[in-house]
Design a protein around this ligand. Structure first.
Ligand code: PMP
Length: 430
């Protein structure tokens, strides 16, 4: 029994399932979660001191690599003057200004401590602004664990819940509440048009992952996005881009900058905090000014705009704004995915890949899926075997076929080659 096993047994006594977030428990792939002791650049080490190349990077935030010296220094400096004041600071203004500059659809922004808070608050704001109740989300998209968003949701819910029913995908969520959430298939233009024709005037908001990453990586079609923007404008519904995952990750300006879509509200998280609990939502001033203390939509947080998290976020955004950052990151990610595909082809394994910036997906099927339904038809058994073969060789993939993967600028050519070498061996023994 290794140290990870011992820790896992011990953890399960005092922490439900032994983990503080469900996907970490390795339920889909089986086996023992790795307990991390330290990380640096593209690597982390587990309790047995085994080294892994990390392809999750804390589920997105660590885009500059683990423990980047400049981010560490910024955090240390901020920590010396206390961790939290519960009063405003200049750093928050700087971070807000930086966000508004990098994502021009955001005229004003409010900081929170998690992606869940960002989406939950954005929805409340959209409902308060429009005076309507109904929201639309898409099947397989995950927007955090607020009650009204846990319907046919992606990420861990796809492993843990029965998502086939049009019901809450979690216990403890009232049917009464969920009746205000309509779920449509991703990339289905006709379904969107039909709902708006019937009920457009009741729709407060449509929330979408503009590049989905919680049912593996799924890209939207141009026509789907254009229809979404047109209909929400026409019916006065708020279009919420949930860029908690894609923001500052697929491009400096997020998915919206690649797609040429201007959403009304945007949710951010992950990269903007550089690994600290930090997220935000923002958008049109006319909508944001409905928030307390200006307006009647309440939203607050003891640790919101936390100075240590702000310092990490500011430094992280500075690093990713440097010339050539996204070109390099995108190039390395593409190189990695091309290598994986080639290795699979050599062994005759049906396999396909996709990536945008520093976010990627791979699928045990011939064609890149375009919807949740197609993702569920990929070969999950092959994925599970592949996951463990890679893990044994020191490559840490997301422990679920329903999650995207993430790279960082620390994933240089040598690292990419190491991963591809491990993949070649793994595909051969599948
Ligand atoms: N929205 C999206 C698109 C996400 O990927 C996530 C988390 N993976 C969230 C919201 C929720 O963020 P958090 O886990 O920080 O609450």
């Amino acid at each position: 029994m290794g140290k990870n096993d011992i820790l896992f047994e011990r953890a399960q006594k005092t922490i439900p399932g032994g983990v503080n977030s469900p996907v970490r428990a390795f339920r889909q792939v089986g086996g023992t979660p790795r307990f991390v002791t330290r990380a640096k650049g593209p690597y982390f080490w587990d309790a047995d001191d085994k080294r892994y190349i990390d392809l999750i990077m804390s589920w997105g935030p660590m885009i500059a690599g683990h423990a980047h010296p400049e981010v560490v220094a910024a955090v240390q400096k901020a920590a010396e003057t206390s961790f939290s004041y519960g009063a405003p600071t200049e750093g928050e203004i700087e971070l807000a200004e930086r966000i508004c500059q990098l994502v021009p659809s955001i005229e004003q922004v409010r900081m929170v401590s998690s992606g869940t808070e960002a989406t939950m608050s954005a929805l409340r704001l959209a409902r308060g602004y429009t005076g309507r109740d109904l929201i639309i989300k898409f099947e397989g998209c995950y927007h955090g664990h607020a009650d009204s968003l846990l319907v046919k949701a992606g990420s861990g819910l796809l492993t843990f819940a029965d998502s086939t029913q049009n019901a809450p995908s979690s216990g403890g969520v009232p049917q009464d509440l969920v009746k205000h959430t309509l779920v449509l298939p991703y990339n289905d233009v006709a379904a969107l048009e039909e709902v708006f024709k019937k009920q457009g005037n009741e729709v407060a908001a449509v929330i979408i992952e503009p590049i989905a990453g919680n049912m593996n990586l799924i890209q939207p079609s141009k026509i789907f996005l254009a229809t979404l923007r047109d209909l929400t404008t026409q019916y006065g519904s708020v279009l919420i881009y949930d860029e908690v995952m894609t923001g500052f990750r697929v491009a400096l300006g997020g998915a919206q900058s690649l797609q040429g879509i201007v959403p009304d509200l945007t949710c951010l998280g992950k990269v903007m905090g550089g690994g600290m609990p930090m997220a935000a939502f923002g958008g049109k001033k006319a909508i944001m000014s409905k928030l307390a203390p200006l307006g009647n939509v309440y939203q607050a947080g003891t640790l919101s705009g936390n100075p240590v998290a702000v310092a990490a976020g500011l430094k992280n955004l500075e690093i990713i704004s440097r010339e050539g950052f996204f070109e390099y990151l995108t190039g390395q990610t593409t190189k990695l995915m091309t290598g994986l595909k080639q290795a699979a082809d050599e062994s005759g394994v049906p396999f396909s890949v996709d990536s945008v910036g520093g976010m990627f997906g791979f699928y045990f099927t011939d064609k890149v899926p375009t919807s949740f339904e197609e993702v569920t038809k990929t070969n999950i058994e092959a994925f599970k075997k592949f996951f463990h073969l890679m893990l044994d060789q020191g490559v840490y993939l997301a422990p679920s076929a329903y999650e995207a993967g993430f790279t960082s600028i620390a994933h240089d050519n040598a690292i990419v080659d190491d991963i591809i070498r491990a993949a070649r061996t793994s595909f051969k023994s599948l």
